[in-house]
Unconditional design. Structure first.
Ligand code: ZN
Length: 244
């Protein structure tokens, strides 16, 4: 059997054959944090999710929200969870150390400030927050959001912008369309999102599509559509971290 090594930037994955046993060694494996927006029990716990928390830059915001849904009642939290778990599998297969801000789709929260702290504390190489929008019925397509106010300085903001453009390009390559309504070319800087304003790591928040648009809703409600989205996201993370 061949001895093979693959160098992914400074993330080194090596496959070596020792007497019939393949060993896979991770050296300097990079941490990717996936943040599936909202959670399944949020709607049943309004007191918890409506409590105000730090939102950065002196602002406060509710701990969390219920998220939106399709007109058919397929919820955003379930969509986010579906894409996130598919993305997790794809990134783990590429050798990344993947951490999720929530471990199931039946819980409450975590609050937006805790989600941001999760990525910060993990010293994540990239943070990808996954959402679905609830926009006008004619709007469709995805958009990638970054923090307008550079919470960790200009250099880190530039990294987030690079991550955003790389994710946008990968989603387009995966066959998805940038929003025809919000942002510009699938990119949008926002000043009001706690998850972005509290992050000190390269971070994007992505509205994968509009759940109130019939075409997007059909795609977002299907396992194949979620897989297509996860593939684009995985390709984007891989390209950004030099392991594409
Ligand atoms: Zn959302």
């Amino acid at each position: 059997m061949p001895v093979s090594g693959v160098v992914h930037g400074d993330d080194f994955v090596k496959l070596t054959w020792f007497g019939g046993t393949a060993l896979r060694a991770y050296v300097g494996g990079r941490i990717v944090v996936i943040d599936p927006g909202h959670n399944g029990a949020n709607a049943a716990h309004p007191d918890t999710i409506n409590a105000l928390v730090d939102a950065g830059f002196g602002d406060t915001k509710p701990c969390n929200t219920t998220g939106t849904s399709t007109n058919g009642g397929y919820t955003e939290h379930e969509f986010n969870w579906g894409v996130a778990t598919k993305l997790q599998s794809l990134l783990q297969a590429r050798g990344f150390d993947v951490r999720m801000t929530r471990s199931n789709d039946e819980g409450v929260g975590p609050c937006v400030n805790k989600r941001a702290a999760f990525g910060n504390d993990a010293n994540a190489a990239a943070v990808v927050s996954i959402h679905g929008d609830g926009d006008d019925a004619t709007a469709r397509g995805f958009y990638v959001m970054t923090a307008q106010r550079a919470p960790a300085g200009a250099a880190m903001a530039a990294q987030s912008e690079t991550l955003a453009r790389t994710m946008r390009d990968a989603l387009v390559s995966a066959g998805l369309s940038p929003s025809n309504h919000l942002g510009s070319g699938g990119l949008w800087q926002r000043g009001d999102l706690a998850g972005l304003n509290l992050s000190v790591r390269p971070t994007v928040m992505i509205e994968m599509g509009n759940m109130r648009n019939s075409s997007d809703a059909a795609l977002m409600s299907s396992s194949s559509g979620q897989q297509q989205m996860a593939q684009g996201l995985a390709d984007g993370v891989g390209a950004y971290l030099g392991a594409g």
